[in-house]
Design a protein around this ligand. Sequence first.
Ligand code: APR
Length: 255
Amino acid sequence: MATEAEITRLASDILNSKKTVALSGAGMSVESGIASFRGKGGLWEKYDPEEYGHITTLRYSPEKAWMMLREMHREINKAKPNNGHTALAEMENMGLLSSIITQNVDGLHHVAGNRQIIEFHGNLLSVVCMDCGHRIPSREISLDKIPPKCEQCQGPVKPDAVFFGEAIPVDALTKADHESKTCDLMLVIGTSAVVYPAATMPEIAKGAGAKVVEINPSETALTGVVSDYIVRGPSGEVLTAVVNKVKELKLKKQG
Ligand code: APR
């Protein structure tokens, strides 16, 4: 767990920042029971991402892609925001967080109450027919028989998430680029920072003069290279401690 000094350092950086942006990854939702992708117990230990998570597989071997997607859907349908999500929602409500650029497709930042969310990889909360374009909430599709078919035309359906081999939605890319260029503090939470172009955002922030701080139990490709420092620990615990410290320092300042 992070030390009191590290928590205080990050809380002070947040209070002194004019614009803080967060980049979140799968580690953010581990404490909500959703497996991360890489590392021990990760989804990619079971399914090769380039094979199962690629748009070509979804189009031409949909039963394969939907084996993995069914597992993800079932975990997401059961998941609730953890106290790390709640802490970021509190930061937004306190005017201390401009936006979250999330790589996650579980929708938990929205459920926790954040409104300024850039879904860099879309989300798994709805599916769209690749033939007729009919869109329905994922909760309404039965996954007993996979691959699911469109209820209108029996065509193949695709979740609204970005698959390997697909482009990042232009709106998300431009907004994330703008937020990264104009922040003076970027919190990089629960991401291994190995997938691009999401992992470019901390580099863009750094290049624009921002301080980059990681929250992660382990070091990543950014540690000591792009990030100024890392607060090591699970995001639920660390973010809760940081927001409590922010409130304490604010009270002290008000005298
Ligand atoms: N709190 C914070 N971080 C954690 C926790 C936790 N409780 N548990 C694990 N982590 C960290 C791991 O140390 C790792 O650095 O979360 C990170 C998870 O890394 P990945 O599984 O690679 O997830 P992510 O970085 O979000 O992957 C990026 O890759 O497969 C694609 O599209 C997928 O959006 C995903 C992208």
